[in-house]
Structures are given as structure tokens and as C-alpha cells.
Design a protein around this ligand. Structure first.
Ligand code: HEC
Ligand code: HEC
Ligand code: HEC
Ligand code: HEC
Ligand code: HEC
Ligand code: HEC
Ligand code: HEC
Ligand code: HEC
Ligand code: HEC
Length: 426
């Protein structure tokens, strides 16, 4: 009962609250402001912002040129530039490159303002950015590092979910490449180039680009979007482990069980690289040339012995599994029913995957449990394949025998018919 009375009462306290409404000219839709109308008729970089506005997220949300640059969007339609570029209306012109992060953060760090558009909007971009190599150098006046517009564009900024956005997962590597593949630019900082090319050959890029697997990482998943830094040695397992949780944590069990420190063993990038993460190969285990273990474990050490046995088991399991699969395939093509055997063989495949994961526990006993079970299942598959072929041979022999019998019967019948015919002719 009391609520409805409050609003009129408050309005009475504000002088002119009723009077102001009708006389205030309606704000033109952002795309019809004098800024857009006049700039559309200009050329080159003066025209582009007005052309790109139609697709810019800010315009889609009802903001206009003046919300970023200031000025009067209702004046100047008659050609009066100064009335539009009006300093009294906050006109600030083109921001200097080094000031852009603060320029964008005027809104993006203003929680009260941003939550009006999206209650879940993040407002920590500038804060995060300041923790990055880019942001620290920007604060120190370096103009070559990435600022907001290098990653998002200036005019025609798209929502991050828009597949055409510069920061859409499939486009991120190219966005970073503009600078990180520029040898002259990176030379100033003694930073290597080639991360983008290396990344594009990786299992991660293949998954993202070829399979459309959006759970595969691109640059900002490992480095952070706004807080871009190379992960420190201590945090690399953590970075990879946000997705590969088992590989990243198995060794902890072993550490607890044996009371040893395995942090030296588990630096993911030491064995898999950081950007060119390739499909792992079996010779990364074992003690051959490509072994990833022998750099630290010499013959005679438990680590060496573990590497050797793990390598042997993986090779044996992989080989037996392949042989069994081929045999069952051929048996099936020959018309034998091998469904149940094939199903049982799946277990060997699962154990192979499990063993490869368990290699990261650096615990031979635990690894062996999985690999032994896998080898057993693969060998059972092999036996089933051989059995199917033995049965096939048996059936073929039976078939041949029955064909001979049938042929003999037919021949006998034909002979009989001829005899009868001859007898009938007489
Ligand atoms: C009557 C035409 C006209 C109108 C209206 C107009 N502009 Fe301009 N604008 C220009 C011209 C011409 C230039 C280039 C010459 C100059 O910088 O003075 C320019 C330059 C700019 C620049 C670049 C300034 C720099 O420092 O390089 C920005 C930013 C800009 N306008 C924004 C706006 C905004 C925002 C509005 C609306 C509030 C607006 N303009 C309205 C004609 C116009
Ligand atoms: C989201 C904020 C934002 C909006 C909205 C915006 N601008 Fe800009 N504009 C910028 C920034 C930032 C720069 C400086 C870019 C740089 O230096 O790389 C800029 C630069 C310019 C320039 C200088 C030339 C150039 O392309 O760098 C002009 C002209 C301009 N803006 C006009 C406009 C007009 C006209 C509109 C409306 C159609 C508009 N801007 C809307 C942020 C904005
Ligand atoms: C080095 C490149 C880079 C720079 C510099 C950068 N961004 Fe981003 N930004 C990204 C990426 C990548 C995403 C997508 C994040 C995601 O999908 O998780 C993003 C997302 C966003 C979003 C969407 C909400 C969110 O936080 O995920 C906003 C808003 C944003 N950036 C604003 C800014 C502002 C403002 C600045 C400057 C202070 C800035 N960005 C600087 C790369 C960058
Ligand atoms: C006048 C206030 C204002 C300024 C200045 C501003 N923005 Fe925005 N920006 C917004 C609003 C409001 C949204 C829409 C937020 C929403 O609905 O989630 C937005 C959206 C975005 C998005 C899309 C976020 C998403 O969730 O997909 C990006 C990226 C972005 N802005 C980047 C920038 C950059 C870069 C600058 C500086 C050149 C800038 N903004 C300057 C107000 C502003
Ligand atoms: C406008 C150019 C530019 C763009 C775009 C850019 N960067 Fe950078 N980045 C730099 C420069 C310059 C440095 C060197 C700063 C320094 O070390 O002093 C740097 C440094 C870095 C570093 C720190 C390297 C080190 O060893 O200290 C990382 C990590 C990084 N950038 C990641 C990214 C990612 C990820 C993207 C894309 C999302 C990106 N950058 C986009 C210019 C850029
Ligand atoms: C799977 C995670 C991952 C992805 C994806 C990734 N990085 Fe990295 N990046 C790292 C790690 C880890 C390091 C630190 C390596 C080290 O200390 O040995 C690093 C280091 C860097 C460095 C510092 C210089 C160097 O080479 O050591 C730059 C610059 C860089 N990355 C840029 C990029 C760019 C650009 C992309 C996208 C094309 C990208 N990274 C994708 C994990 C990743
Ligand atoms: C954002 C999640 C994510 C992050 C972070 C990540 N990965 Fe991956 N990774 C994946 C996905 C998804 C695949 C599956 C690709 C496929 O096979 O389709 C994959 C595949 C792999 C493979 C190949 C697996 C196989 O069976 O062929 C290796 C090795 C790998 N990642 C190592 C790493 C390393 C090392 C890091 C850290 C430097 C890392 N990953 C960071 C998601 C991630
Ligand atoms: C000491 C070397 C080494 C380190 C360190 C290492 N790995 Fe591995 N990784 C291997 C080996 C060896 C394989 C199995 C290769 C094979 O037989 O196919 C493997 C396989 C993988 C696979 C594929 C498993 C599968 O299902 O086929 C992923 C994913 C993976 N590693 C991620 C990681 C992550 C994440 C880290 C860090 C937490 C890490 N690795 C650390 C050596 C290492
Ligand atoms: C960067 C050096 C490094 C690499 C590479 C490395 N390890 Fe280790 N490994 C260590 C260290 C250090 C220990 C801890 C030694 C200790 O405290 O007994 C250890 C311990 C072990 C142990 C436990 C031994 C015990 O006492 O029970 C096993 C098993 C092991 N490593 C296997 C491997 C295998 C398999 C690989 C290759 C996939 C590998 N390591 C790669 C450094 C390494």
C-alpha cells in the first residue's frame, strides 16, 4: 500500500522532474547520430569507424561514438564540426595509444555501469592486464606491447562468443601472431618467435581447427587472456593440469606413498614441449634414443629400470593388441561371428590408455597392474582370433567333404538316369 505512494512523492522533491521529460529531445539511435552521418561521408580512416559501427557490440548495446570519444552526437549535422567535437561535452578526440587501456576501462572497470548491461559482466580486465608482461610495459610507457585494441580491434569490436571476433578461440593464435611472429619486433626484447607456428602443428591445434574441439587450448588458455605471462616452472604442471588432471596429479600419490619428491620428473613441457605438443610416441618410454627418462636416470637406478619395463610393456601391449585386432578383422570378413571377442578386446585398449596415463605416476608397481591386465586381454584376443581361424579351417574341410559327397551323389544320379533312359528306349 505504501510503495506506490513513494515515487510521486520523490518526484515532487525533484524540481522540474515532470517538466524536463517532454522538452528533452529524444536521443538519436546511436547509428543515426551526427557523428555517424558526417563520418560516413568522409574517406579512409575517418570513414571506417562509421562503416564498422553497424557490427560493433557497443552499438548493438545502444552506445555510440560519443560514449567513447565524447562530443555532442546531436550537433554538427549541418557541417559544424566544432559543435560536434565539443570539449564542453567531454570531447577527447583520438586517445593516445599508451592511454588506451585506461580509456577502455573507463567503462569496463566500472562495475555499476557494466552490470546494467549484463549482471555477470567481468570488470577485472584492466586489473588483470596490469599483471601481464604487456600491461606492466604499457604502464612504463612502452608503445609496442599489446593494448586492448590489438586483441579486440577498435571499431567493429565483436562479442567474444562471435566466431568473427579476433579473440574467438580459432582466431586467437593469428591475433597474437601479428606481433609474436614479427622477428624485428620481438628482437627488441630478446624473445624467440615461432610459438604460433609450433602451436599450429600441435595436437591441440589439430583438435581445435580440424575437429572443432573447443575444449582444446589456444594461446590464452595457457597464458591467460589479460594476464598473459609465460607460466613459471612451478605452475606449468598446473596450467596443463587444468585439463589433464590425472597426468598432473598421479605422481602425488607416489610421493606420499614413498616419501620422495618427484617434482623434477613431472615438468610436462620437458617431455611434451609447450607449443608443439605432438602425439606422444611409445619410444618416449623405455631406454632408447628417444627416451624421456634416461636424461636423469642412469642404468642401475630404480627410475631406469622402471622406464625400461614400462617401455617394454607398452610396446608388447600395443603390438599384441594390433595383431589381435587384425586377426579378428580377417575372421569377421571370412564370415565368422567375433562380436563377443571384439568386445572383450576393448579392455586391452582401455588398459593401454590407462598405462600411458599411469606412466606419470612414476610407480612401476601401479603401472604394471594396468599393463599386465591389458596384455592378458590382448593375448586372449589373439587366442580367440586363432580359434576362429581353426574353426574356419574345420568348417571349410567339412564343406569340401560335403561337396565331394554331393558331387558323388549327383554323378551317381546322372548315371542312374542315363541307365533308365537307355532301358526305356528299348
Ligand atoms: C560535420 C562532420 C563531423 C561530425 C558531425 C563529427 N565529426 Fe569527427 N571528424 C570530422 C572530421 C572532418 C575529422 C578530421 C579532422 C579533425 O580531426 O578535426 C574528424 C575527426 C574525428 C576524430 C579523430 C580525431 C583525432 O584526434 O584524430 C574522432 C575520434 C572523431 N572525429 C569522432 C567524432 C565523434 C565522436 C563525433 C560525434 C560526437 C564526431 N566525430 C562528429 C568530421 C565530423
Ligand atoms: C569502444 C570505444 C570506441 C567507439 C565506440 C568508437 N571509437 Fe573511435 N577510436 C577508439 C579508439 C580506442 C581509437 C584509437 C585507436 C588507435 O589509436 O589504435 C579510436 C580512433 C578513432 C579515429 C582515428 C582514426 C582511427 O581509426 O584510428 C576516428 C576518426 C574515430 N575513432 C572515430 C569514431 C567514430 C566516428 C565513431 C562512431 C562511429 C567511433 N570512433 C566509435 C575507440 C572508439
Ligand atoms: C593479449 C590480448 C588481449 C588484450 C591486450 C586484452 N584482451 Fe580482452 N580478451 C582477450 C581474450 C583472448 C578474451 C577472451 C577470453 C575468454 O574467452 O576467456 C578477452 C575477453 C575480453 C572481454 C570479455 C569478458 C572477459 O573478461 O572475458 C572484455 C570485456 C575484454 N576482453 C576487454 C578488454 C579490455 C578493456 C582490455 C584492455 C584493458 C583488454 N580486453 C585487453 C584478449 C585480450
Ligand atoms: C562507454 C563505455 C564503454 C567503453 C569506453 C568501452 N566499452 Fe566495451 N563494452 C561496453 C558495454 C556496455 C559492453 C556490453 C557488455 C555486455 O552486454 O556484456 C561492452 C562490450 C565489450 C566487449 C564484448 C564483451 C563480451 O562479453 O563479449 C568487448 C570485447 C569490449 N567491450 C572491448 C572494449 C574495448 C577494447 C574498449 C576500448 C577500445 C571498450 N570496450 C570501451 C562499454 C564500453
Ligand atoms: C601489439 C603486439 C602484441 C600482440 C598482439 C601480442 N603481444 Fe605478447 N608481447 C608483445 C611484446 C612487445 C612483448 C615483449 C614485452 C617484454 O618482454 O618486455 C610481449 C610479451 C608477451 C609474453 C611474455 C614473454 C616473455 O618471455 O616475457 C607473453 C606470454 C605474451 N606476450 C603472450 C601473448 C599472447 C598469448 C597474445 C595473444 C593473445 C599476445 N601476446 C599478443 C606484443 C604483443
Ligand atoms: C598448452 C599450453 C600453451 C599454449 C597453447 C601456448 N603456450 Fe606459450 N608457453 C607455454 C609455456 C608452458 C611456456 C613457458 C615455457 C618454459 O618456461 O619452458 C610458454 C612460453 C611462451 C612465450 C615466452 C617465450 C618462449 O617461447 O618461451 C611466449 C611469447 C608464448 N608462450 C606465446 C604463445 C603464443 C603466441 C601462443 C599461441 C600461438 C602460445 N604461447 C600458446 C604454454 C603454452
Ligand atoms: C584447455 C585445456 C587443455 C590444456 C590447458 C592443455 N591441454 Fe593438452 N589436450 C587437450 C585436449 C582437449 C586434447 C585432445 C586432443 C585430441 O586428441 O583430440 C589434448 C591433447 C594432449 C596430448 C595428446 C594426447 C594424446 O593422447 O594424443 C598431450 C601430450 C597434451 N595434450 C599435453 C599437454 C601439455 C603438456 C599441456 C601444457 C603445456 C597441455 N596439454 C595443456 C586440452 C588441454
Ligand atoms: C618424463 C617425461 C614426461 C613428463 C614429465 C610428462 N609426460 Fe606425459 N607422457 C609421457 C610418456 C612417455 C607418455 C606415453 C607415450 C606413449 O607410450 O604413447 C605420455 C603420454 C601423455 C598423454 C597421453 C596419454 C594417453 O592417454 O595416451 C598426455 C595427455 C600427457 N602425457 C600429458 C602430460 C601432462 C599434462 C604432463 C604434466 C603434468 C606430462 N604429460 C608430463 C612422458 C611424460
Ligand atoms: C629431470 C629429471 C628426471 C626425468 C626426466 C625423469 N625423472 Fe624419474 N626421478 C627424478 C628424480 C629427481 C626422482 C626422485 C629420486 C628419489 O628421490 O629417489 C625420480 C624418481 C623416479 C622414480 C621413483 C624411484 C623410486 O625410488 O621409487 C621412478 C619410478 C621414476 N623416477 C621413473 C621415471 C620415468 C619412467 C621417467 C620417464 C618417463 C622419469 N622418471 C623421468 C628425476 C627425473
Amino acid at each position: 500500500m505504501r510503495r506506490p505512494a513513494i515515487l510521486p512523492a520523490l518526484l515532487l522533491l525533484v524540481p522540474g522532474a515532470f517538466a524536463a521529460e517532454p522538452t528533452k529531445p529524444a536521443k538519436p539511435p546511436a547509428l543515426e547520430s551526427s557523428c555517424v552521418t558526417c563520418h560516413k561521408d568522409l574517406d579512409g580512416e575517418l570513414q571506417q569507424p562509421a562503416v564498422m559501427a553497424a557490427e560493433d557490440i557497443h552499438f548493438l548495446k545502444g552506445l555510440g561514438c560519443n560514449d567513447c570519444h565524447g562530443g555532442n552526437p546531436q550537433a554538427g549535422a549541418d557541417g559544424d564540426l566544432d559543435a560536434a567535437h565539443d570539449p564542453k561535452k567531454g570531447w577527447s578526440g583520438r586517445p593516445h595509444r599508451k592511454d588506451i587501456p585506461v580509456f577502455c576501462a573507463k567503462c569496463h572497470a566500472d562495475a555499476a555501469f557494466m552490470k546494467r548491461f549484463d549482471p555477470k559482466a567481468r570488470v577485472d580486465q584492466l586489473q588483470e592486464y596490469r599483471t601481464s608482461v604487456h600491461g606492466k610495459k604499457n604502464a612504463a610507457g612502452d608503445e609496442r606491447v599489446a593494448v586492448c585494441v590489438d586483441c579486440h580491434g577498435v571499431h567493429g569490436i565483436r562479442a567474444v562468443k562471435d566466431p568473427r571476433a579476433k579473440v574467438y578461440p580459432a582466431n586467437v593464435a593469428d591475433t597474437c601472431a601479428r606481433c609474436h611472429n614479427d622477428a624485428a619486433l620481438m628482437g627488441h626484447y630478446f624473445i624467440e618467435i615461432g610459438q604460433v607456428d609450433a602451436y599450429k602443428k600441435s595436437v591441440h591445434a589439430r583438435a581445435l581447427y580440424d575437429k572443432g574441439d573447443m575444449s582444446a587450448p589456444t594461446c590464452n588458455d595457457c597464458h591467460g587472456s589479460h594476464g598473459a605471462v609465460p607460466p613459471g616452472v612451478e605452475s606449468i604442471a598446473g596450467v596443463c593440469g587444468t585439463c589433464h588432471t590425472r597426468e598432473a596429479t598421479l605422481f602425488r600419490d607416489t610421493e606420499a606413498k614413498k616419501g620422495i619428491d618427484l617434482s623434477a620428473c613431472i615438468q610436462c613441457v620437458m617431455c611434451h614441449s609447450n607449443h608443439a605438443v605432438l602425439p606422444p610416441t611409445d619410444d618416449m618410454l623405455g631406454v632408447g634414443d628417444k627416451s624421456t627418462c634416461t636424461a636423469c636416470h642412469a642404468a642401475g637406478e630404480p627410475g631406469y629400470q622402471a622406464a625400461k619395463e614400462m617401455g617394454e610393456d607398452v610396446v608388447r601391449l600395443t603390438g599384441t593388441l594390433r595383431e589381435a585386432t587384425e586377426l579378428l578383422d580377417r575372421a569377421e570378413q571370412a564370415g565368422m561371428a567375433v562380436g563377443p571377442d571384439r568386445f572383450a578386446l576393448k579392455k586391452a585398449g582401455d588398459q593401454l590408455v590407462e598405462s600411458k596415463v599411469l606412466a606419470h605416476g612414476f610407480d612401476l608397481g601401479r603401472f604394471k597392474e594396468a599393463s599386465t591386465e591389458g596384455i592378458k586381454a590382448a593375448e586372449a584376443g589373439l587366442t580367440a582370433g586363432h580359434r576362429a581361424f581353426a574353426e574356419l579351417r574345420f568348417r571349410r574341410k567339412g564343406l569340401a567333404l560335403s561337396l565331394i559327397v554331393i558331387a558323388a551323389v549327383i554323378a551317381g544320379l546322372a548315371f542312374k538316369v542315363r541307365q533308365i533312359e537307355r532301358g526305356g528306349g528299348r
